[in-house]
Design a protein around this ligand. Structure first.
Ligand SMILES: [Zn+2]
Length: 267
């Protein structure tokens, strides 16, 4: 608020300077048209970045491919587009100049930079903390949308955690156990066709138990105790909330080494 007051004061100061009758009259048409051109160019580039993202997304085939694409690119693409659009706004705001003094130039630069900064901080917060809820809803739909079997053209069945183990190799099972990785196994019950999809937990934020934002991620995984032939091991997963900073630890038991070796031998 204090910031806004300061800017209002500066604007008032600016307009008093503008009324000074001793200043020579100058023409700023050249600058104004340049600023308008640059503004339009930024506007076009910003819209193209956003549009390009949505075109790429809509032409991406497959729910899992769409899921990965959104997870990886949506927020960063929109953020870049917004930055360029804010740049456009800054040029437009300075494209109707009729009077300038060295002081006014300073005031304009300061006010433009401050306004641009405020808007970008607001948008950045929206993208970081509110937008993920919207993304999460769409990702959930994509992840659990029935996959179509390429063999029969019919929807396949998503296997449960217990059922899927039969189709995951030892490496995959160990990964599911140890790291924040989830494998989804889809089965075409008619032909036995299997489709396996991998979801990485460290790329994917959960809902924070403290602030309820979708900003809770695995930041570190450490093996506390290596599993031996006779004893189970232990792994600790560290979670951190990107919004409120809430931290949590979760300890997961690792299977005994012999079990893994035995099944590897039979596999
Ligand atoms: Zn939180």
């Amino acid at each position: 608020m204090r910031f806004v007051n300061t800017m209002a004061l500066l604007l008032v100061a600016g307009s008093t300077f503008a009324q000074d009758p001793d200043e020579p009259v100058e023409n700023y048409d050249h600058w104004n048209s340049l600023a308008q051109t640059l503004g339009l160019a930024c506007l076009a580039v910003g819209l193209l970045i956003a549009l390009g993202y949505y075109i790429k997304l809509s032409t991406t085939k497959g729910s899992k491919e769409k899921y990965d694409f959104i997870n990886k690119h949506e927020i960063s693409s929109l953020w870049i587009a917004v930055i360029v659009l804010i740049g456009a706004g800054c040029f437009f705001a300075n494209s109707t100049i009729t009077h300038l003094t060295p002081v006014l130039i300073g005031v304009r630069i300061f006010v433009t930079a401050a306004m641009g900064l405020i808007v970008s901080v607001i948008v950045q917060n929206l993208l970081k903390f509110y937008y993920p809820f919207y993304i999460e809803k769409r990702l959930k739909l994509l992840r659990y949308m029935p996959r179509i079997s390429p063999k029969t053209g019919k929807p396949m069945k998503l296997l449960s955690e217990e059922e899927e183990d039969a189709y995951l190799d030892e490496g995959m099972q160990a990964e599911e156990n140890v790291f924040s990785v989830d494998y989804d196994v889809w089965k075409d019950e008619e032909t036995g066709y299997i489709q396996i999809e991998k979801y990485a937990g460290h790329l994917h934020a959960l809902q924070c138990p403290e602030c309820n934002y979708q900003t809770f991620k695995v930041v570190k995984e450490e093996i506390v105790k290596q599993p031996t032939a006779t004893e189970e091991g232990e792994i600790t997963k560290h979670y951190l909330c990107g919004y409120c900073g809430y931290k949590a630890k979760k300890t997961v038991i690792l299977k005994q080494q012999t079990k893994l070796e035995q099944s590897t031998a039979t596999a």
